[in-house]
Design a protein around this ligand. Structure first.
Ligand code: 5IU
Length: 261
């Protein structure tokens, strides 16, 4: 199954160029770590990209929380991505009808499709959300992760929602690079990736805010993550670089254990 195949083999089975590129970066950097850069200033965002960049395969943004957004910030992010060899994912969680998401993706302040290799999408509107995004990018190399299951307490992503979501995923292999989920049996296709947030070495949850955490080892070995998303565990650490190194080492060791067992 997907879970026992090395990323190098899976890169050849990728159904679109962005998934292949991401898998190759993971192999080259020995990293299955995605940092969630939930920071509110351009300087903090760039500082993170420059310092943790060497240790990640993917850098996840919420660009709409940056107070001093500018086109220059995007140029700096793209330069950091190039320099340190990682992809950019804007965690926009598109969730509207196709026509609207195509505009949200390509227009407005952020012009997301002009810079983000990947975006996240809620499949709740039906497959039009995917065809809408696709219609905005024509010949750009772009892709999306479909959010089929969330990490937070009381989420509404029931088993039947997850399985219907997987049907949408299967219909658009040219644009979907994988799914965001918490359980190993959701995804079989070795050419697609499982992205899993809710990862921490120190915390079980964040109190009233609903996040639920698992260890790096558990998300890779038990929950089927290919790439783990770590936010506050790195961003709010006393030494974010050291934390990034530690998460990267632990996540990659868990992956190596998974493929060798
Ligand atoms: N994120 C989740 N859970 C989900 C999805 C996305 O936490 O189910 I879909 C995002 C939110 C945040 C990051 O940007 O992943 C996790 O950050 P922390 O590691 O700080 O909790």
């Amino acid at each position: 199954s997907r879970l026992s195949l090395p990323f190098s083999v899976r890169a050849d089975q990728a159904t679109n160029p962005v998934a292949a590129k991401l898998l190759k970066i993971m192999v080259a950097k020995q990293s299955n770590l995605c940092v969630a850069a939930d920071v509110t200033s351009a300087s903090k965002l760039i500082a993170l990209a420059e310092t943790v960049g060497p240790y990640v395969c993917l850098f996840k943004t919420h660009i709409d929380i940056v107070e001093d957004f500018s086109a220059q910030l995007i140029q700096q992010l793209l330069a950091a991505a190039q320099k340190h060899n990682f992809l950019l994912i804007e965690d926009r969680k598109f969730a509207d009808i196709g026509h609207t998401v195509s505009l949200q993706y390509s227009h407005g302040t952020y012009k997301i499709c002009s810079w983000a290799d990947l975006v996240t999408v809620h499949p709740v509107p039906g497959e039009g959300v995917i065809t809408g995004l696709k219609s905005a990018v024509a010949d750009l190399h772009r892709g999306c992760f479909i959010v089929v299951e969330m990490s937070s307490a009381g989420n509404l992503t029931t088993p039947s929602y997850i399985s219907s979501s997987m049907e949408i995923c299967k219909k658009h292999p040219d644009f979907v690079v994988g799914v965001v989920c918490q359980t190993p049996s959701t995804l079989n296709n070795p050419g697609l990736l499982q992205l899993t947030p809710g990862v921490s070495l120190d915390c079980q949850n964040d109190g009233e805010l609903g996040q639920q955490y698992n260890s790096p080892e558990d998300v890779i070995m038990l929950r089927g993550a290919d790439i783990a998303v770590v936010g506050r565990g790195i961003v709010q650490a006393a030494d974010p670089v050291q934390a990034a190194q530690e998460y990267r080492t632990k996540l990659w060791a868990a992956y190596e254990k998974r493929v060798s067992s």
